[in-house]
Every structure is written in structure tokens, then in C-alpha cells.
Ligand binder design. Sequence first.
Ligand code: FES
Length: 313
Amino acid sequence: MQPKLRSKVRCTDREIGEVTRVIVDFLSREVSHIVVGRNGVGTVERQIPASAIQSVTDDVVELRAPSSEWDQFPLFRRDEYVTTNEVEIAHLEDHLHVQPGEVLVPLPELERDVKRRTFFTNLTHSIGVLLALPLVFPVLKYLMKPMYAPFDNRWVKIGKANKIKAEDVGVQFKFKKSVKEAFMPEAEIDKNVWVLKASSAVLEEVYKGKDMEFRDHTGGVIWTNKRDVPYVAYSGKCPHLGCGYKWRNVPKLGRQIFLCPCHLSIYDASGKVLDGPAPRPLDPVPIRVAANGDIEIIDVEYKAGTKVQIRIV
Ligand code: FES
């Protein structure tokens, strides 16, 4: 005989409550638990496994345990079950002979735990991304290539050394450079550097007794300016915000200087900041002078406005 809804429930010592619901095992379609509402204890219900049932009569379910063990049965959690009206269980009526009422089956574990379900959803998305990566990667690589292109470290011929007539005097050399910005077609732009035939005092200021190394995007050394070579070239861009500057004779100062008209940064022949907002000295670039007097430079550029040099070109 199966427990009936509303049957009295008795422990070994006394009556304890009544059957409020019946829980059915989904696979065996047998009653696996009864839910018992205790007399006079409001809505508190506990679920009792079928194995704890001693006997079932028409209107009484006898338990094997004394009433003192009531608290050891788990509390009934309604949200972990659905009624047999909500799920289709084939031939349930052949197995279950309780009165009509709330007959429950457990919700599948995955349905109970939404976090776990979310985890599986995310897992599915992640697997999708991994599968798509081989297809997307070449496109991303193509799009991002201009951002990570190596610097242009080619030597550029800018003119003859005999254009410089005196020591420690800035002479501007202009040149054209082909540039390719991202996905735009290649274009030629005007650039310039300032070159000095430096005295030993200016060389000492520029190099501070050490040769000067220049590096590519990987950090490898591409060229070293030797501290005893008298030709020094400065990038044509002011380290403050990148304006072009000029070599000027300033009678009031009694000397010649590099003057940037944008925010009036002033530099001496060694590139040292004498005045103005410039955060660092002028930027020397790689230079070499051939035996026939050809001057070549590598057009290195650094980020404007920073104390330290950060190469950008
Ligand atoms: S850009 Fe040269 S001083 Fe500002």
C-alpha cells in the first residue's frame, strides 16, 4: 500500500502530523519520500524517505523513528520540485495510487542551479570563440598590422657636410620621406633635422662621455653615435608638443639658440633646455657622414611632452 495524502503520520511514540505531499522517483515511478507537516508547527514541513516508513494503512503512516528524531529529517524545499502535472511521466498512474493532490518529482540538478546553468552557457560561448579564432585571427592580424609595424630604420641622405660653415651653429637640412599611415596610400611628407658641427664642449654636453645607442621596436641596437664624431643631428620636432623650431641669434642673450615659437622653449647648441616648457632636451638622431661628405640620418622620432624618450617613428 502507498501513503495517501492527508494520512496521519505517527512516530513510534506519538502522532506527529500528516502527509501534505508525496514525492515520486522519476525513474522508478515509486514514492521515494513523503512530506510531513507537523501538527501545530505552522508551515514547517520535512521530507521523510520511504525507507523510514514502517507501515502504511488506509489512513495512517507509521514511521520507524521516535518523535525526538523529527529534526533530523531534512526541511522540505518546494522550489526543488515540480508537480507531476507539469512534467510528463509515462504510465505514472500504473505505479502511483495516492489520492489526487500535489505529487512531486525533483527538478533536475541543472534546472535548480541557475549559476551552474550560466556557467555552461558561458562555457558554450567560450568554446564558440575558440573555434572561431582561427578564422578571425588572420583578419585581426591584417587590421592591426599598421599598429605594430616595425620602425623605419633606413638611412636617409639629407645633404652635404660642406653646407655647415661654422662650429656650433645649427643648420637645417630638409628631406622628403615616404610614409604609409595605416590603410592610406603611401605619401611623401616634408621633414627636417638640425645638424651641427659640434665643438668638443658641445659634444661633451650632448654625450656626457658616453656613446649614444639607438634601438628598434624590439629593443635591439640599430646604430651608435660615437661621442668623438663631431656631427650631431637633432629631430626637427620640439620635444614639448612637436612644433618646428629655428636656430636664432638673440643679441639680448649674446648667443645663438634654438627657439621654438609655439611656447617659447629655448635650447642651446647641445640641445639642453634653457627656458620654456620643454620636458627634455632636443632629441639627437642617428647620423653618419660619408668620406665624400654625404650626411645620412635615420629619421627617429620620439613622443612629444614626455620627460623620457619614447620612440614612435
Ligand atoms: S611645441 Fe615647442 S615649446 Fe611648445
